[in-house]
Design a protein around this ligand. Structure first.
Ligand code: FNR
Length: 413
C-alpha cells in the first residue's frame, strides 16, 4: 500500500469550495493505469445505472447515454471524470437516475391522440419543448467552441440556454454567438461592484433572467484524485470575463488560484436577493431547492422561479433525488413561481414524469456536456432531438396532445 499526498487546486469559482486544500490519498497495490481503467468503467456504470453503453466507434447515438462512451473516448480522463462523477460516494448521483426509473407511468388507452405539441412557456418565453440546457462550467474544456456551440444548439432547437458564470466565455461572447433566449446563472463575486457590473452586462446582453445557484460545496473524489484544474489561460479568462479585468498575464497559476479562492461569496443568505433586486429588474430564480420551506420562502420574497435541484449529485452527498422533491414543492408553491427541476434526466419519459409531478420544464446538465464533448454543436442539437423524439412518443402514448394535458394521474401512486 502506498501513501501519497497532493495539493488540490480546483478552480471553478464558487462552484468548488475546496480550493488549494491538501488531501491525503491512499492507494492499494494496483497500478495507477489499472485502477484508472476500473474507475472509468465504474463511472460509466454509476452515470447510467447500466452497463449497456454505446461503444466509441458506434456511428449514431440512439439515446442520451450513448454520449457517455463517445465523450469518454474524446476527453482526457480527468475532464471526463469532472463531468461524469458525483460527490463522495455518489449516492445522490445514482439516486437521481434511479428515482426516475422507480416512477411508473400508467397510460390511458384509446385516446385518439396521434400528434403532440411539445411547446411550453417558461417565464413567458415560449420554448419548443420543456427541456433546457442547465448551467455547466468549463465548457471550453470539452470542446473548443464550448459555450458558443451550446448557445447555437439551444437556439436552433428552440430552447433556452442557462449560461453558467463559469461557462468559459463572457456573457457578451455567448450572447453574440446565437440569438436564442438565455438566462444567466450567477455565482456571486465577493466584490459587489464587480457583481453589480456583471449583472448590468447580463441585462445589456439581453439575457432574460438570473438564476442564483445556492447549493455550494463540491467534494468529488475523482477530481481530487486526478488533481483536476482549469488550465491557466482558461482560469485567467474566466476571472476577467466575470469582471476582474485588473488581473495580469504575468500572474503565476498559484497567484491566480489564490485570487480565485478569495473572489467568491460563499456565505450568501436570503437577504442577498434584496441586494440583487436593487440592481436588476430581471426575473430571478433560485437553484438548489429541495425543501418545501425554502420554496415557500422564495415565493414570499417574490422570486419568479425555483429550480428543484441537488446540483446533479455534485454537492452534499446523501441528498434525495430531485425528482422525489418536485411534487411536494410544486403543490406548496401553487403556481406562484415557476417550478423547474434538474438531475437525472436521461429519457423523454423522464421529462414526462417531471412535468406530470409538477415541473414546468426540466434542465439537462451532463447530457449536453457529454454531447458537446462528443460532437460539438451537432452533438448538443442531437441530444435535445433525442429527448424531443422520446418525449413526443411518451406524450402520444399517454394521450397528451399538449404539454398542459400532462398531469399527475399518469403516474402510478
Ligand atoms: C454543473 N452544474 C452547475 N450548476 C450551476 O449552477 N453552475 C455551474 O457552473 C455548474 N457547473 C456544472 C458542471 C458540470 C460538469 C456539471 C455536470 C454540472 C449543475 C447543473 O446545472 C445541473 O444542476 C446538473 O448537471 C443536473 O443534473 P444532470 O442533468 O447532470 O443529471
Amino acid at each position: 500500500m502506498k501513501r501519497r499526498r497532493f495539493t488540490q487546486i480546483l478552480s471553478f469559482g464558487a462552484g468548488s469550495m475546496s480550493f488549494l486544500s491538501v488531501a491525503a490519498q491512499e492507494t492499494d497495490g494496483s497500478t495507477d493505469e489499472q485502477s484508472q481503467d476500473d474507475d472509468r468503467d465504474d463511472q460509466a456504470v454509476a452515470a447510467t445505472g447500466s452497463e449497456r453503453v454505446v461503444s466509441a466507434s458506434s456511428p449514431q447515438p440512439v439515446k442520451v447515454e450513448d454520449y457517455i462512451a463517445l465523450s469518454q473516448a474524446k476527453l482526457p480522463k480527468a475532464t471526463f471524470d469532472y463531468i461524469t462523477t458525483g460527490s463522495a460516494d455518489e449516492i445522490t448521483l445514482r439516486e437521481n437516475v434511479a428515482a426516475f426509473r422507480r416512477i411508473k407511468v400508467l397510460p390511458p388507452l384509446l385516446t385518439g391522440v396521434a400528434k403532440a405539441d411539445l411547446s411550453t412557456r417558461v417565464l413567458n418565453e415560449r420554448i419548443s419543448l420543456p427541456v433546457m440546457l442547465a448551467p455547466v462550467a468549463a465548457l471550453g474544456m470539452y470542446h473548443p467552441q464550448g459555450a458558443l456551440a451550446a448557445a447555437s444548439a439551444a437556439a436552433s432547437a428552440g430552447t433556452l440556454f442557462a449560461v453558467s458564470s463559469s461557462a468559459g466565455h463572457s456573457v457578451e461572447e455567448i450572447a453574440a454567438a446565437a440569438p436564442g433566449p438565455k438566462w444567466f446563472q450567477l455565482y456571486v463575486p465577493k466584490d459587489r461592484t464587480v457583481a453589480r457590473r456583471l449583472v448590468e452586462r447580463v441585462e445589456r446582453s439581453c439575457y432574460q433572467a438570473i438564476i442564483v445557484t445556492v447549493d455550494l460545496g463540491e467534494w468529488k473524489d475523482a477530481d481530487r484524485r486526478n488533481r483536476f484544474s482549469l488550465p491557466k489561460q482558461m482560469l485567467l479568462k474566466h476571472l476577467r470575463d466575470v469582471g476582474h479585468e485588473q488581473l495580469s498575464d504575468k500572474m503565476s497559476y498559484e497567484e491566480l488560484s489564490a485570487f480565485n479562492a478569495r473572489a467568491w461569496d460563499l456565505s450568501i443568505s436570503w437577504n442577498f436577493f434584496d441586494w440583487l433586486r436593487s440592481v436588476t429588474k430581471l426575473p430571478l430564480l433560485v437553484k438548489g431547492v429541495l425543501r418545501k420551506e425554502d420554496a415557500l420562502r422564495a415565493v414570499s420574497i417574490g422570486l419568479d422561479g425555483i429550480i428543484v435541484s441537488n446540483h446533479g449529485g455534485r454537492r452534499l452527498d446523501g441528498m434525495p433525488a430531485s425528482i422525489d422533491r418536485v411534487s411536494e414543492i410544486a403543490e406548496a408553491v401553487q403556481g406562484r413561481a415557476e417550478v423547474l427541476m434538474d438531475g437525472g434526466i436521461r429519457r423523454g419519459t423522464d421529462v414526462l414524469k417531471a412535468v406530470a409531478l409538477g415541473a414546468k420544464a426540466v434542465l439537462i446538465g451532463r447530457p449536453h456536456a457529454w454531447a458537446l464533448a462528443s460532437d460539438g454543436e451537432s452533438g448538443v442539437r442531437r441530444v435535445i432531438e433525442l429527448l424531443r423524439e422520446e418525449f413526443e412518443n411518451a406524450m402520444i402514448a399517454t394521450g397528451c396532445a399538449r404539454v398542459d394535458e400532462i398531469n399527475r394521474s399518469l403516474i402510478q401512486s
